[in-house]
Design a protein around this ligand. Structure first.
Ligand code: MIC
Ligand code: SF4
Length: 640
């Protein structure tokens, strides 16, 4: 029986377990990446594990999220990460170098390798034929300490790409189409593997746009074959030595299949407030646009921005539109400065900002009240832009650029304009933004600990009886942005959980943290796909700090479920989803004989007042049971 590419790479890295969908496996991790907003926690945890040097082939600490430096907090975090990186053998990418995923693709990604990153968009590396997985910070800290990662072996979905894209339709439209078909929970427990003749028509950065937004499907990761285009990309970065050809077997067997006829696609947009709320621009209509933001780890490659420059050249940004552009990396920005493209963009009336995440995570450039903002980013969750009543549409760079000129959402195919082809270029190697670690085995570089960096909360062993009050009854598709909002006001506090916890669930229920403090021991009731989106473990650590003992939901998103378990909080799935409706704020729920129950196939929750019992299915693996019993992953590692 032929093998999928995903399983070939996993098999090459298998350390423990049977490689079969649904089984728990442990794999070798070759590379890790962290970014600063999750990174401070990762390195605090690494320090707590008392490890001298990382066990991976390569680990990189990027600074790209918190770069505003409105106070000392961000700069202190950067200094802390730099000092710890130096001590433990981790490369440090200074702020200004660019966005972690774009930089990793350019400088370090290698076909066939595994990459674990403390950012949900780590699967961007799948564009280079890597198995690149996003995870919570603690999982990445452990991967650095031990060189391994445990996960449930996913199913593999084949996405067959036929034909080639037409002008004005690009990789973003491909992944928006896949999201429309599969939805934001359609990829949970799955790897999305792209095959077919259409693959050849997509460059590595196109493929990376698609694998990047596979995170929005909830998928474990997404992967493309490694072929001539991969070679050309690596060569353009001066890294052709990293090339290995890779593909699935001709007769590979997949669990599911989706066919995408590239030549049938038209420009699409994800409408407010979910990446799967997709429709054709021609159906949505020419809505008036206030802001256009181009960049983010999804669409800030050289080719993307050169297309934007070509569309803007000699034109004027519409008087009602604020156009803001954040390139993906310093190399891209430098190349565009050299070849005049940057001048074309600026002359058209665009605002060019730092090579960083910036507006994508609400770190500046929040749109005006009630604005329509077109963004080439990957998430349009309500309020993520920093403006609660803004309507954010996710579009391709081509659509964004032409709409910035017309002032309305525009289907480029119908504009009558022609798009020039973008010539491939070679980039000069440049590591001037990289600080290399100390070469010695036991480095004595002092850890730089600013006053805003507070210890992370730790849980205690699971008690015999868990008794807790319902403090929130949440709906479907709750995002980690809902649980622990992040914007220019809160991002500086990513290393200060006590402060952050005051803002937990702030956007959907301002009374949440107060209620938790009153109740002391708390439960959250959730709907389907609870915890989708970002990998931030702060969405588990802040609830832990506030006394949340368990979350009972219809279903969970992958990374957040792991983050809860890593924190010793029980994620429980209702056996009968209709039970969800039975709870109200203030109900006191009890789990008796908790340590015994977590080892069983079902866990019974009892309503203390009515005595009514509810069956939940934890689906815990052996390793997860141990973590829950000990009160989280760090305790489990320390106690064995
Ligand atoms: C995001 O895009 O939501 C983030 C910000 O990059 C997060 C990480 C974080 O919350 O720090 C992610 O995608 O994991
Ligand atoms: Fe940064 Fe946005 Fe990408 Fe997250 S999605 S890594 S915030 S650019």
């Amino acid at each position: 029986m032929g093998k999928t590419l995903a399983y070939k790479i996993l098999e090459n890295h298998l350390i423990e377990g049977t490689l079969s969908a649904g089984e728990e496996i442990t794999i070798k991790i070759d590379q890790t990446l962290t970014q600063d907003s999750t990174g401070t926690m990762v390195y605090l945890q690494l320090e707590a594990m008392e490890v001298d040097r990382v066990k991976t082939e390569l680990s990189v600490a990027y600074i790209d999220h918190n770069t505003l430096q409105t106070g000392f907090e961000n700069a202190d975090d950067h200094e802390f990460i730099k000092s710890v990186a130096k001590r433990h053998g981790v490369l440090f990418s200074k702020p200004g170098n660019g966005i972690c995923h774009q930089l990793h693709l350019e400088n370090y990604g290698k076909p066939g390798k595994t990459l674990l990153g403390s950012d949900s968009h780590t699967p961007t590396g799948g564009g280079l034929g890597m198995i690149a997985i996003g995870a919570g910070g603690l999982d990445v800290a452990v991967a650095m300490a031990k060189g391994t990662y445990s996960l449930t072996a996913p199913k593999v979905v084949k996405v067959q790409l036929n034909g080639a894209l037409r002008p004005w339709v690009s990789a973003k439209d491909v992944i928006l189409y896949v999201l429309q078909q599969l939805t934001v929970k359609g990829g949970v427990g799955k790897i999305i593997e792209y095959t077919g003749e259409g693959v050849k028509s997509l460059s590595v950065t196109d493929r990376a746009t698609i694998t990047n937004m596979g995170a929005e499907l909830g998928a474990t990761t997404s992967v493309f074959p490694s072929d001539e285009n991969t070679y050309e990309y690596l060569k353009s970065q001066g890294r052709e030595d990293a090339y290995t050809p890779l593909a699935a077997d001709e007769d590979a067997v997949y669990d599911e299949e989706l066919i995408v006829d590239l030549d049938q696609l038209t420009p699409l947009a994800a409408m407010p407030h979910s990446p799967d709320n997709v429709d054709a621009i021609s159906n949505i209509g020419s809505i008036k646009v206030d802001q256009v933001a181009i960049g983010s780890c999804t669409n800030s490659s050289y080719t993307d921005l050169m297309k934007v420059a070509a569309i803007l050249k000699g034109k004027k940004v519409h008087p009602n539109v604020s156009l803001v552009i954040s390139p993906g990396s310093s190399k891209i920005m430098a190349k565009m400065a050299e070849n005049g493209a940057l001048a074309a963009i600026i002359n058209a009336g665009a605002r060019v900002i730092e090579n960083a995440c910036g507006p994508c995570i609400g770190m500046g450039q929040s749109p005006k009240s009630g604005a329509v903002s077109l963004r080439t980013f990957n998430r349009n969750f309500k309020g993520r832009s920093g403006t609660l009543d803004a309507d954010v549409y996710l579009v391709s760079p081509e659509t964004a650029a032409i709409s910035a000129i017309t002032g309305v959402l525009t289907d480029g195919m119908k504009s009558g304009e022609t798009l020039p082809a973008i010539d491939a270029v070679d980039f000069d190697p440049n590591d001037n933004f990289v600080v290399y670690p100390c070469g010695c085995d036991k480095c004595n570089t002092e850890v730089a600990m600013g006053p805003n960096i507070k210890p992370f909360p730790r849980n205690t062993a699971l008690p015999e009886t868990v008794e807790a009050t319902v403090v929130l009854h949440a709906g479907d598709n709750i995002t980690t942005d809902d649980i622990m909002p992040s914007d220019s006001r809160l991002l500086p506090y990513r290393s200060n959980i006590p402060h952050l916890s005051n803002y937990c669930f702030e956007k959907i229920d301002a009374g949440f943290s107060g209620r938790c403090k009153e109740a002391g021991s708390c439960v959250i009731i959730g709907g389907d796909n609870y915890g989708q989106g970002s990998s931030r473990e702060h969405a588990a650590l802040a609830p832990l700090y506030l006394g949340v003992k368990f979350v009972a939901a219809k279903s969970f998103a992958r990374i957040h479920r792991s983050n809860l378990i890593n924190s010793g909080i029980l994620p429980l799935v209702f056996a009968d989803p209709a039970d969800y409706d039975d709870f109200k704020l203030g109900d006191v729920l009890v789990i008796e004989n908790a340590p015994e129950q977590v080892k069983a196939e079902t866990i019974i929750i009892k309503n203390k007042a009515t005595g009514k019992e509810y069956v939940t299915k934890p689906n815990f693996s052996e390793l997860e049971i141990n973590m829950i019993l000990k009160g989280g992953k760090i305790n489990a590692i320390k106690e064995g």
